[in-house]
Design a binder for this molecule. Structure first.
Ligand code: NAI
Ligand code: HPV
Length: 477
């Protein structure tokens, strides 16, 4: 859409009236809502749509893309940041996560926040985010966001479901070989000047069994790579999934643990996956087997792992994720962060990495593009395709042939009778296209209306805001 409409940048559109802009935005505006609800309701869409709206753009500029404020935390990739800046949004970029109180201070002001796995967007934080319309998780996991609370308050959440899967799978392959050959220990010894050439307890991975817990994007990718190394692959998943290659699904976690030489976890953080691998499960594992976790820190019971390593039950382990992780880089991996950190650090043949599974140039750049593109489409066009907490609704972009259109977005509670009320309001106008869908208790309606003027836009907005089912109204034009 952008490239087609960018060609219209040269069109002679009268400059919008800033005074009128102020008046309209202060009566309906983003930050001045007397209700205290999230109301970036009179949101101005991006310049492409502004160009496309022809006559309307001559008279009004309630919000421009330049009014959209974005906070990017945790060193979101520069490619993604560049896309957002190219839209004209005001983008603030910080390298690390923020402590909760500081986060609350900053989130109050922004319409969009971009985070990675460390920033906890709890209900307490989101409650303060009066202007927020959308969250971009520049990662796979969305466990750090209260997605339900967000949906119930009209805040869409997007992520990047598979752009770093390959990077994680490759890291795990590296860890399997490194553990089997005790590479970490040999390298550490030689760094200290000690030549320690041993073959005892060192193995090829060919012919060994890899047990994958969670056969989703990462687990299945890993399955293919492991088979290429001559491993036998079994997997356990909460649902029945098609096996790739000659991998086999096993019916229980116990069956997997009893058969695998290497066990690797690739499940999301959920109540059911909390301490999924604890003392009992480690007891079920083969003597001298290896345990890997690059999913979430809550999935493995680490004190139990320390005991299993000390007793020799397990021959090695690799951890990329921990129950508590620091918000930025530094000397933080101590008992202050996790009470057993020192014990873990003292163990032999355990690879400890600082949550770098998805940290490759390829993955971060792809995630940056994917999530920023979803954010731009949501801010400028209201499209929810790919949202993790909203119904997926999309209407085709407006074109130059459709002047004097507005796009109405009405996010509402999914209760009986709403459409009757909404259509009583929209029905007096020419509704060119409309789509609605629901997900749980939240529904999302999008409609394009033609032939309207400023007074009508204002009236539509105010009447929709007056409905008791309303969660958030946005009018893009
Ligand atoms: N270390 C890192 O940097 C990274 C870590 N991750 C983590 O890896 C996790 C997995 O990622 P994907 O493979 O992309 O997720 P996915 O959603 O594609 O696959 C997860 C699989 O786990 C299964 N599952 C869910 N609950 C289960 C249970 N109780 N028992 C057995 N199976 C269960 C699901 O059915 C699904 O097949 C993410 O949720 C994220 O937390 C993701 C990317 C990078
Ligand atoms: O994608 C995920 O879920 C990850 O765990 C990667 O997180 P990160 O972007 O490195 O903070």
């Amino acid at each position: 859409m952008n490239s087609a409409l960018d060609a219209t940048e040269g069109i002679d559109i009268e400059p919008p009236s800033t005074d009128l802009a102020r008046r309209v935005s202060s009566s309906l505006g983003v930050s001045t809502s007397p209700t205290g609800f999230h109301t970036p309701s009179w949101t101005k869409s991006g310049s492409p749509l502004r160009a496309a709206t022809g006559g309307l753009a001559k008279h009004l500029k309630p919000f421009a893309t330049e009014d959209i404020k974005i906070l990017l935390l945790e060193n979101v990739n520069v490619t993604g940041q560049g896309l957002l800046e190219a839209q004209g949004y005001q983008v603030t970029h910080l390298k690390s996560a923020l402590p909760e109180d500081e986060l609350i201070g900053k989130i109050r002001d922004v319409h969009v926040i971009g985070i990675r796995s460390k920033t906890k967007l709890t209900a307490r934080v989101l409650r303060e985010a009066k202007n927020l319309i959308v969250v971009g998780c520049f990662c796979i996991g969305t466990n750090q966001v209260d997605t339900q609370y967000a949906a119930e308050h009209g805040i869409a959440v997007f992520n990047s479901p598979f752009s770093n899967s390959r990077s994680v799978a490759e890291l795990v392959i590296a860890e399997i070989i490194s553990l089997a050959r005790q590479l970490g220990d040999r390298s550490n010894e030689l760094h200290k000047g000690t030549w320690n050439k041993v073959s005892n307890g060192c193995w090829e991975i060919r012919g060994k069994t890899l047990g994958i817990i969670g056969y989703g994007h990462i687990g299945s990718q890993l399955s293919v790579l492991a088979e290429a190394f001559g491993m036998t692959v079994i997997y356990y998943d909460a649902v029945n999934l098609m096996a790739l290659g000659t991998a086999k699904q096993v019916p229980t976690l116990e069956a997997l643990l009893r058969a695998a030489d290497f066990v690797t976890c690739h499940v999301p953080e959920l109540p059911e996956t909390n301490n999924l691998i604890s003392r009992k499960e480690m007891g079920d594992m083969k003597d001298g087997s290896y345990l890997i976790n690059a999913s979430r820190g809550s999935v493995i019971d680490i004190p139990a792992l320390i005991d299993a390593m000390r007793s020799g039950k397990l021959a090695g382990a690799a951890l990329d994720v921990y129950p508590a992780e620091p918000g930025g880089n530094g000397d933080y991996f101590t008992n202050e962060l996790n009470s057993w950190a020192q014990d873990l650090r003292s163990l032999k043949n355990i690879i400890l990495t600082p949550h770098i599974g998805g940290s490759t140039e390829e993955a971060q750049s792809a995630i940056g593009i994917e999530v920023s593109t979803a954010l731009i489409r949501y801010v400028n066009e209201g499209t929810t395709l790919g949202a993790v907490n909203m119904p997926e609704v999309s209407l085709r972009s407006l074109t130059m042939d459709e002047p004097n259109h507005v796009r109405v977005i009405y996010i509402h509670r999914n209760i009986p009778g709403v459409l009757r009320g909404v259509n009583a309001i929209l029905g007096n106008h020419n509704v060119d296209k409309q789509m609605t869908d629901s997900r749980g208790e939240v529904a999302y309606l999008m409609a394009d209306i033609s032939g309207v003027n400023v007074a009508v836009i204002k009236d539509l907005y105010q009447r929709l805001e007056g409905l008791s089912s309303r969660i958030m109204t946005r009018v893009l034009y």
